[in-house]
Design a protein around this ligand. Structure first.
Ligand SMILES: [Zn+2]
Length: 482
């Protein structure tokens, strides 16, 4: 297909701006060169903003670097704390955890935190280069020059190009995490071929699912006027719910093999537990996590009676049936205490506020110029939201952390009530030793942080973080996050 045909295709997309709202008067605004057809509907026609561009640029850089510096400082503190307690097993665990296992867990935590610091630095550098550094503006100009037009296709190509740049930039660190960090501590079981296959599958899924979804979002933004953010939020929320519903049957099997749990003591125990707790499930499955990692885990996915209970083979191979039962009872506790639905509700309401805020901010063409995008476009708005919102949400972290900490205690209490409490303790200690897990795990001398090792990242969960937001379009939300 020639560039001209592509351009024609782009123009058959929705008109970027309803005819009656085309800001012909903008053409005399030198700050925003030929913007006529390109202005999204929701951009206000104000020509002069009371705040000047350099001030916004500086404020933006200040905000992003402050968040980054605070996070680096917190990570350094974490490393110092763990390192200081490396050689001392807390008294309460002295009999259960050996010195060597404790030291190894501390080393792993330090290495993992360091890795996260590198990811953060890369993400921030990338964000600044793409925005105020002019990266997105440059890509925008290249695509516009090639297509010779503007429209849906242009927007999709711009978003795709930015995702590609970010994905390629992040690749070395992802590789290093699996084949450096995880392999050093003996957790990695993934072959290089499987890593590449996963990468190809994720990319294909992003194109197949993320592409049409993004087209829908861009179309909505261009055609719904001032309330675009509410529509975009609705699409985003609907997409998340749909993925959660489809994840167990359609998406997860692309990455892992799920087999029905074989008959035996474990299955009987679990069925008895489910009956005791009044929990309906759509089946008990074992997932071949051992292909990728030796970390153990358990999770639920799906909705209603179709919920599947998934246990990692790595969990079953290391824990006794009573211990697996106790870990599962903890997960059931999350369901029974409504943690999953409450978390969803929280995420949806916070994101509603964020979308509203962005809807308000992005009315100003000055903002696009100040952040290096040159001109206001719908695709530019999407990119700004996806790239910067993780930094804005940083402020909420302490709240979210205390919230999930409370939930972990509640789930532990539920497990102690419905299963063998001492089995839960021994399971958590064993997972602690095997997973060499969680920042500060035992040094904090509380059970819950170590407990969360029982349900750390489930299969399809994407890494989030500074650059993680870039993949939001293809992001797979975890149905039953701990
Ligand atoms: Zn939990």
């Amino acid at each position: 297909m020639s560039h001209k045909e592509l351009a024609a295709l782009a123009l058959t997309g929705p008109s970027v701006l309803p005819a009656n709202r085309r800001p012909a008067d903008l053409s005399d605004n030198h700050a925003h060169p030929p913007a006529t057809l390109r202005q999204p509907a929701f951009i206000s026609l104000r020509k002069h903003s009371p705040v000047d561009t350099p001030a916004i640029t500086q404020l933006f850089i200040l905000l992003i670097t402050s968040v980054t510096l605070i996070r680096l400082w917190l990570a350094r503190r974490q490393i110092a704390h763990v390192a200081a307690h490396r050689d001392r097993v807390p008294p309460a665990f002295a009999t259960a955890v050996g010195d060597e296992a404790h030291a190894r867990a501390a080393d792993y935590t330090v290495a993992k935190t360091r890795h996260a610091m590198h990811e953060l630095l890369l993400g921030t550098g990338l964000l600044l280069a793409l925005t105020v550094g002019g990266g997105i503006g440059w890509l925008d100009a290249q695509i516009a020059a090639q297509l010779g037009g503007d429209g849906l296709l242009h927007g999709l190509l711009l978003i795709g190009a930015v995702m590609l740049v970010a994905g390629v930039a992040e690749l070395p660190l992802s590789w290093q995490r699996v084949f450096g960090l995880e392999a050093t501590f003996g957790f990695n079981r993934m072959s290089k071929g499987l890593f590449l296959r996963d990468l190809a599958t994720k990319t294909a899924m992003t194109l197949l699912i993320g592409g049409p979804l993004m087209a829908l979002v861009l179309w909505i933004m261009a055609s719904t006027g001032d309330a675009w953010w509410a529509w975009a939020w609705a699409v985003w929320a609907g997409f998340n719910v749909a993925v959660m519903a489809l994840y167990p049957t359609l998406i997860a099997p692309l990455f892992n093999k799920f087999t029905r749990m074989p008959e035996g003591e474990l299955k009987q125990r679990i069925e008895a537990l489910l009956a005791r707790c009044g929990f309906e499930s759509g089946g008990l499955y074992v997932m071949d996590n051992s292909r990728r990692s030796s970390h153990g885990n358990a999770y639920f996915s799906g909705f209603g009676a179709a919920k599947r209970i998934v246990l990692f083979d790595t969990l079953i191979s290391r824990l006794s049936p009573t211990e697996v039962e106790a870990v599962l009872a903890h997960e059931l506790g999350h369901y029974k205490r409504q943690h999953v639905s409450r978390r969803l509700l929280l995420i949806f309401s916070v994101s509603f506020v964020v979308f509203a805020l962005m809807g308000w901010l992005l009315q100003s063409p000055v903002l696009f110029e100040a952040l290096g995008l040159g001109r206001p476009t719908t695709a530019g708005s999407v990119l700004l939201i996806v790239l910067t919102v993780p930094y804005l949400l940083f402020a909420l972290r302490p709240v979210l952390a205390s919230y999930s900490r409370r939930h972990e205690f509640e789930a532990d209490a539920y497990a102690a009530e419905h299963a063998d409490a001492s089995a839960l303790v021994s399971a958590l200690v064993r997972l602690y030793k095997d997973n060499a897990p969680r920042p500060g795990a035992l040094s904090g001398v509380r059970l819950a942080p170590a407990g969360s090792a029982a349900h750390r990242p489930a299969a399809g969960r994407r890494r989030t973080g500074p650059g993680g937001g870039l993949r939001a379009a293809g992001r797979v939300p975890q149905a039953a996050r701990p």
